[in-house]
Ligand binder design. Structure first.
Ligand code: DX5
Ligand code: ZN
Length: 220
């Protein structure tokens, strides 16, 4: 059993004082930093790139930075983010011409490798690569925006993925991203997920520590 990790998505943070806001959320009990990279091409929104990751490292952020690439193509961004201080990098299979090569590129650059699956992407894209992945990111909203509602049938997908991982005797983590709140995180955990991305639920709350503690309190 993996320790459940809370990964605040800084897409909902205060960009005008990002370093301080990220430090605050880590001091409030967050485990890793989820970094949503959007290119206005693979997804219809634009966020931030490797310079901001580098700036957070220079500011003094020491926690793992979990880079979620919603960009096409992906390979040049893998190298740039690894150089900028990423610890983990995931991308979407539709966004690369060579799935296995992109996964290997993440590992060759010293980061943990994840594959991100949209709500409409079937689990069978994992068939030939699951053994190479450190984690699978299951999107529980369509990518591009924070603050959307959790798509309920993600729970069935998590359960099925967990079954496949266990049947193969793997140690792969399952990260779930989108619409996670205090009142649904338990069902996501019970289905088999162990990394929980939450943007609006944490950054829009009055007290980060209380919100993160309330989330962690559900893991029992
Ligand atoms: C969506 C992003 C998510 C999202 C999570 O494309 O990958 O990380 O911002 O935000 P909330 O928790 O607000 O749904
Ligand atoms: Zn994300």
């Amino acid at each position: 059993m993996h320790t459940p990790l809370i990964a605040p998505s800084i897409l909902s943070a205060d960009f005008a004082c990002l370093g301080q806001d990220v430090q605050n959320v880590l001091d409030s009990g967050a485990d890793i930093v989820h970094f949503d990279v959007m290119d206005n091409h693979y997804v219809p929104n634009l966020s931030f790139g490797p310079m901001i990751c580098d700036a957070l490292r220079k500011y003094g952020i020491r926690a793992d930075i979990d880079v979620h690439l919603m960009v096409q193509p992906v390979d040049s961004m893998i190298q740039a983010f690894a150089k900028a201080g990423a610890s983990m990098i995931s991308f979407h299979p539709e966004a690369t011409m060579h799935l296995d090569r992109s996964i290997q590129l993440i590992k060759d650059n010293g980061c943990k490798a994840g594959l991100a699956l949209n709500p409409g992407t079937p689990l069978h894209v994992l068939d030939c690569v699951l053994e190479k992945l450190d984690y699978v990111l299951l999107m529980s909203v369509n990518p591009g925006f924070g603050g959307q509602s959790f798509i309920e049938n993600t729970l069935t997908k998590i359960t099925e993925l967990k079954r496949i991982i266990d049947a193969k005797g793997l140690n792969t983590r399952i990260e779930v991203d989108g619409g996670i709140k205090i009142d649904n995180i338990k069902s996501v955990w019970e289905a088999g997920a162990d990394m929980f991305v939450a943007g609006s639920a944490i950054f829009s709350s009055d007290n980060y520590a209380d919100t993160i503690a309330a989330m962690k309190n559900q893991f029992k």
